[in-house]
Design a protein around this ligand. Structure first.
Ligand code: SIN
Length: 514
């Protein structure tokens, strides 16, 4: 027997977008959050870099917009990108009014830092390099006590009734099935970093929201645009975490084993070029033997540990002696620009279903996200969505939980998917590597368009979702015969005019270009 719970809004996920939406809705709607792990398991919580806003009087939001469009290789939805950036100062001020504390200079003014792609110092941080943790903890502290967070509860598939999303069926911490019936269902599950290794993502970030939305019939967009961050702390093959761009914002330089600077002359912003540029330069240096090891030279930064406590801890864990002034780094998967196609208010193509945060594709990041726009996006669109939910009239949900058809699937191990994706659908892609990846995904005999209502274990469900998203990324990347932002085709170098402002849209049994 399946347990059935009725609520107004069910939010899947527990990162910044999910928590902020819950704060905005609580007291006015019955809200339940469900998350497959503990609530802190999100990329928001791990975010070191901060939140960008043209906060200084000498700065201008139009300049921030131009920086974001340039970094996004003009693939952005300009209207939404302008909206988010124009609002950003107000977004920050509202957080400060709520009681959020950002790092300040000695004179009491807000401290503003540089990060990749930005032509001015406009990144706010909290706790040095622990902005995500400080912000999510603060927003969670604002939650109404009536909001439930059901931890260790995994969303398995959406409940669709009469072409409308009517909730989600999930497995609770005991593995029991629960149907959450809701007027509005929100996917805020983040991206899909863990379908790659190495990655900066939390292990819980396996693309579940993207896969369940796709299976339910919602449109996905821009799945080929995956961002690889240039500087993961990797030692002896083990990933210890991210080394924030803010370190380069303080002057650090990328060098090879002989101390040769790798970004000099490669871009006007050199080491602070947008992420896709820096990643490609490092990857090429590694592939061609110019760099047997890439390092961040941090010797010029005073009081590194005080400034970057999280990174210093990661270095201690990796046995790196910071007094030597070098941190070993290498690129890895970081962020998904694509996702569930969502409008200004988070609405998707499936009525009753919303998507916000990294799981959504509103177009604000284009083909390559500029630094510190992910926390900003999370808050901005959690707000517009909450506003929309609060102002629309909804009829009550009286659906029944669906019958579940048992099925057994033969699925690859997570490590197999991660290795296959980094090797074939990673920083450099070719027609051959992408066809290899698609064949491999399809060799498991799963109908990605038809697999639904499956009675899988939590682990199997996660691997099905990872494989589905891997297949969606590889097949979208094959379609896009150009290189733009995070998507680099060795066989199609350079941007092609015919692909400018064109998106690849994926819907069950459909593949369209817009
Ligand atoms: C970083 O701190 O380098 C990452 C921040 C971001 O993802 O924008």
């Amino acid at each position: 027997m399946m347990k059935v719970l009725n609520t107004d809004v069910v939010i899947i996920g527990s990162g910044l977008a999910a928590l902020y939406a819950a704060v905005r809705l609580s007291g006015k709607k019955r809200v339940v959050l469900l998350t497959k792990s503990k609530w802190q398991s999100s990329n928001s919580y791990l975010a070191q870099g901060g939140i960008a806003a043209a906060y200084d009087q000498s700065d201008d939001w139009h300049v921030q917009l131009e920086d974001a469009l340039k970094a996004g290789r003009y693939h952005n939805n300009v209207r939404e990108t302008s909206f988010m950036i124009k609002e950003s100062k107000h977004t920050i001020d509202r957080l400060i009014q709520m009681g959020m504390t950002f790092d300040r200079n000695e004179d009491g003014s807000i401290a503003l830092a540089r990060e990749g792609g930005h032509s001015a110092a406009r990144i706010l941080h909290a706790g040095g390099d622990a902005t995500g943790r400080e912000l999510t903890k603060f927003i969670k502290s604002q939650l109404d006590q009536h909001v439930h967070i059901d931890e260790y509860t995994q969303a398995c598939d959406l409940i669709v009734k009469d072409n409308r999303c009517a909730g989600v069926w999930a497995k609770d911490e005991n593995g029991e099935k629960v149907a959450y019936l809701a007027q509005d269902t929100v996917i805020a599950t983040g991206g899909c970093g863990h379908i790659y290794a190495p990655t900066t993502a939390d292990p819980a970030v396996t693309g579940d929201g993207l896969a369940i939305a796709y299976r339910a019939g919602a449109a996905l967009s821009d799945m080929e645009f995956v961002q690889f961050h240039p500087t993961l702390l990797i030692k002896d093959g083990k990933v210890y975490g991210l080394v924030s761009e803010a370190v380069r914002g303080e002057g650090a330089k990328l060098i090879n084993q002989d101390g040769r600077r790798l970004l000099a002359g490669k871009h006007p912003l050199e080491d602070l070029a947008p992420r896709d540029v820096v990643t490609r330069v490092l990857f090429k240096a590694q592939k061609t033997g110019l760099a047997s090891q890439v390092y961040l030279d941090i010797s010029m930064i005073d009081q590194f540990s005080g400034h970057f406590p999280t990174i210093s801890r990661l270095c201690r864990e990796a046995g790196i002696d910071l007094s030597k002034g070098r941190i070993p780094v290498s690129p890895g998967a970081h962020f998904m620009m694509g996702g569930i196609a969502a409008g200004h208010d988070g609405a998707t193509t499936l009525p009753g279903l919303y998507a916000i945060g990294e799981a959504a594709c509103t177009g604000v990041h284009g083909a390559n996200r500029i630094a510190s726009h992910s926390l900003l996006e999370a808050i901005t669109y959690a707000s517009t969505m909450a506003e929309s939910i609060l102002t629309e009239k909804k009829s009550p949900v009286n659906g029944h939980a669906p019958a579940v058809t048992p099925a057994h699937l033969h699925l690859p191990a997570k490590e197999q998917i991660q290795r296959m994706m980094f090797g074939n659908v990673g920083i450099w892609r070719t027609k051959e590597s992408l066809l290899r990846a698609i064949d491999w995904c399809e060799s498991w005999g799963i109908d990605f368009n038809g697999a639904r209502n499956l009675d899988l274990s939590k682990d199997e469900a996660e691997r099905l979702n990872m494989l589905t998203v891997a297949w969606l990324i590889a097949s979208s990347a094959l379609e896009r015969t150009e290189s733009r932002g995070g998507h680099t085709r060795i066989d199609f170098p350079g941007e092609a005019e015919r692909w400018r402002q064109k998106s690849i849209i994926r819907e069950v049994n459909q593949l369209e270009h817009y």
